[in-house]
Design a protein around this ligand. Structure first.
Ligand SMILES: C[S@@+](CC[C@H](N)C(=O)[O-])C[C@H]1O[C@@H](n2cnc3c(N)ncnc32)[C@H](O)[C@@H]1O
Length: 224
C-alpha cells in the first residue's frame, strides 16, 4: 500500500488489535456456519459477477474465506486462482478440505498490509470486514485497494446496520460486528479509492433462530 496509508494502518494496528475471541468463536462454530446460512443466492450472484468480469485464470484474494464455501469453490470452479485468508484455524481446515485447489493462509487480514501475498486481479470480502471496528474498515479497504492491480475488482458484502463493534450472540458465541447504512457504505468505499460499478441487496433470514434477519448489501467495486 502507499507509504502513507501503510503507516496509518501501522499506527492503528501496532499498539495491538483486539480480536477478542473472534477466531475462537469461528473455530467453535465450524461447519455449523454453513448450516445456519444455507441460502447464499446473493453471495453466489456477486461471486458470479466477479468471476465473469475477471480475465481467465485471474489471481483472486478471498478475505475471511471461512469454510471456502461457497466462494473459494465457486471462483476456482470458474477457472481462477484463489488465495484464501482467515484468522480461524478451524475454518481454514474446512476450507482446505472443501477446496483443495485453492491456496489458504492463516492470518489476520491486517497482516496483509505488508504485501506478503503479492498482487491480485480481484478480491472478495464477503461478510468479513463487518467483523472489524468501524475505525479499521477504511484502513482495510485502502489496503485491499493497494493489493489490487490497476482496474482490479473487489466484491464486498456487508450487513446493512448502523452499528460499531457491537457484541452480538452468534451460534452460541459472542462476536463483534460493525455495519453502515447503504449510503454511508457507498461513501466509505469511495473515500477508500473504489468506484461502485454495481450494487445488489437482499433480505436474508438465516436458518438459525439466534441470528436475526438482515439486509445484505453486495457492492461490485473497481479500483479507481
Ligand atoms: C461471517 S464469516 C464469512 C465467511 C465467508 N466469507 C462466507 O461468506 O461464507 C467471517 C469470516 O471472517 C473471518 N475473520 C474475522 N475477522 C478476521 C480477520 N481480522 N482477519 C481474517 N479473517 C477474519 C472469520 O474467522 C470468519 O471465517
Amino acid at each position: 500500500m502507499s507509504g502513507d496509508h501503510q503507516r496509518e494502518y501501522d499506527a492503528y494496528a501496532l499498539p495491538g488489535l483486539d480480536r477478542g475471541g473472534q477466531a475462537e468463536a469461528f473455530d467453535a462454530i465450524g461447519d455449523r456456519y454453513d448450516e445456519a446460512f444455507p441460502h447464499k443466492e446473493g453471495q453466489l450472484a456477486a461471486g458470479a459477477r466477479l468471476a465473469k468480469s475477471l480475465p481467465p485464470n485471474s489471481r483472486v484474494l478471498d478475505v475471511g474465506c471461512g469454510t471456502g464455501l461457497p466462494t473459494a469453490r465457486q471462483l476456482t470452479g470458474a477457472g481462477h486462482r484463489v488465495v484464501g485468508v482467515d484468522l480461524s484455524p478451524g475454518m481454514l481446515e474446512l476450507a482446505r478440505a472443501h477446496v483443495p485447489e485453492a491456496e489458504f493462509h492463516l492470518a489476520d487480514l491486517a497482516e496483509l498490509r505488508d504485501g506478503r501475498l503479492g498482487l491480485f486481479d480481484g478480491a472478495t470480502a464477503f461478510f468479513s470486514l463487518l467483523m472489524l471496528p468501524r475505525a479499521e474498515i477504511p484502513h482495510a479497504l485502502r489496503m485491499l485497494r493497494s493489493l489490487l492491480r490497476p482496474g482490479g475488482l473487489l466484491a464486498l458484502s456487508m450487513v446493512e446496520a448502523d452499528v460499531d463493534d457491537f457484541a452480538m450472540p452468534f451460534l452460541g458465541h459472542t462476536i463483534r460486528v460493525s455495519g453502515y447504512l447503504r449510503e454511508e457504505l457507498r461513501q466509505v468505499v469511495r473515500e477508500a479509492g473504489f468506484e461502485v460499478a454495481g450494487e445488489d441487496s437482499s433480505a436474508y433470514a438465516p436458518a438459525s433462530t439466534d441470528v436475526p434477519p438482515e439486509i445484505q448489501l453486495f457492492f461490485d467495486l473497481r479500483r479507481a
